[in-house]
Design a protein around this ligand. Structure first.
Ligand code: BGC
Length: 427
């Protein structure tokens, strides 16, 4: 019965696309046979488009690019709640300080010094994490656009103006908390969130700041692990990251302080699921808010949808010494949405998807392996394009023939650049 409704809805969508200038698309649902890419004649501008990981927005002000987010009626963004995650990240570091007060201050000067690896100063996730850490540790200062998220460079004496010294009281003793150093981790070719740059930075910082550094904080695990391996593991300095990449979670057993899971298992599912639903012509929340015909469904404690920004956001979870055993494999599909769809009711469709930087630890070690598992479960044939993390053209050059695909999933190099892609689809 459900299948019959799906078929009717799919047929209705075909008609409505044709009515708005799309053309006479032949879909699996209306013919009962799997379509090949060649038989699909829906205009590229009307095909499902999901932005993920980098939300179309102004990289200076953070303002959302609503033209890109509502490019057509099947356009969405999938990410995670950056503020909720950032708050957890800050709290995790603060709690660690509170519970390790007797050992944390390595040189006993009463100042708990931390260094911070900022990923990409124009990325909303990075900005939120810098703010979350500074707010929790009392080092934040307010600027014209909210809490200042600029890097301080080196701040040995606490005189930097983009942060202030904070205080934390533990067992009746008041410690000063100081952001001793922070910088964007961008390499000379322009790639951001760059692990190699972070590994070099900690070596430089340690040479001058040495045992003033009590904690290392990183806005992702790729950079965090580079710093841990280059310096903090050997010096027993707790290091905190973000993403719950498998190598970072495993390192918690060896002194890595903790990380945050941004529920990549839920995000990767949503990225492909929205495409599946749009192509099937069913309610967009099928298998998300409501169970699909295979029983897949998400509960609202792992994600939410924000209508105004057309964005689905996964919720974050802190991963620390207490629970890391449950997070050791970051590439397992999320249990409640891991059932195979029936290939007759949901025939194969082809999707173009890019990863903005093939060298990004989170995207390559966690997100893409998850996508590759879900594409099988959802009967999608996905072409994965790996970018160089530096130039949009390196990716858009490989979107030469969009007509070959039924849908698109896009991860931009720079959040301001949505039109580099939509221009190709609008032609
Ligand atoms: C992740 C980072 C990653 C970045 C790429 C963020 O959400 O946490 O690890 O480098 O996305 O855009």
């Amino acid at each position: 019965m459900r299948k019959a409704i799906a078929l009717i809805l799919a047929g209705a969508m075909t008609l409505s696309l044709a009515a708005c200038g799309g053309s006479s698309s032949t879909t699996a649902a209306s013919t009962g046979t799997a379509p090949t890419a060649e038989t699909t004649t829906v205009a590229n501008k009307d095909k499902p488009l999901v932005w993920f990981n980098r939300q179309p927005s102004n990289s200076t002000t953070g303002e959302l690019d609503m033209a890109a987010l509502s490019f057509n009626e099947n356009t969405y963004y999938v990410g995670f709640d950056a503020n909720q995650g950032a708050e957890l990240q800050g709290q995790m570091v603060k709690e660690y300080i509170e519970t390790h007060a007797d050992t944390i201050d390595r040189n006993g000067d009463g100042v708990i010094g931390y260094v911070l690896a900022i990923g990409d100063i124009g990325h909303n996730d990075s900005i939120a994490r810098t703010r979350g850490v500074r707010s929790a540790l009392g080092t934040a200062v307010d600027g014209a656009n909210g809490i200042v998220s600029d890097p301080v460079g080196v701040n040995t004496d606490g005189s930097a103006t983009s942060v202030q010294d904070g205080t934390i009281e533990v067992n009746g003793k008041t410690y000063t908390v100081r952001e001793l150093a922070s910088q964007e981790m961008k390499n000379s070719a322009g790639a951001t969130w760059d692990a190699g740059t972070a590994g070099n930075a900690i070596t430089t910082w340690a040479a001058s700041l040495s045992d003033q550094i009590d904690i290392v904080v990183s806005n992702n695990d790729g950079m965090g692990m580079a710093m841990f391996n280059a310096w903090s593991r050997a010096n027993s300095v707790p290091t905190f990251g973000y993403d719950a990449n498998a190598d970072a979670v495993a390192a918690i057993a060896e002194g890595y302080g903790g990380t945050i899971s941004q529920h990549a298992d839920v995000q990767a599912y949503l990225t492909l699921r929205l495409i599946r639903n749009a192509l099937d012509g069913v309610d967009i929340n099928t298998g998300i808010a409501t169970a699909d015909d295979a029983g897949n469904v998400l509960s609202d404690d792992v994600y939410y949808y924000d209508e105004a920004s057309r964005s689905y956001y996964a919720l974050n979870v802190a991963v620390t010494g207490e629970n890391y055993q449950d997070y050791l494999d970051s590439t397992v599909p999320y249990g409640p949405v891991s059932s195979q769809l029936d290939a007759a009711a949901h025939p194969e469709k082809s999707v173009w998807l890019d990863i903005y930087n093939a060298a990004d630890n989170f995207l390559s070690a966690t997100y893409q392996p998850l996508l590759q598992k879900y594409d099988d479960l959802l009967n999608l044939k996905v072409d994965y394009i790996g970018g160089d993390g530096q130039n949009e053209s390196n990716i858009t050059n490989r979107l030469g023939n969009p007509s070959q695909y039924d849908a698109f999933a896009i991860n931009m190099v720079k959040t301001d650049n949505a039109t580099s892609y939509t221009a190709l689809l609008a032609q």
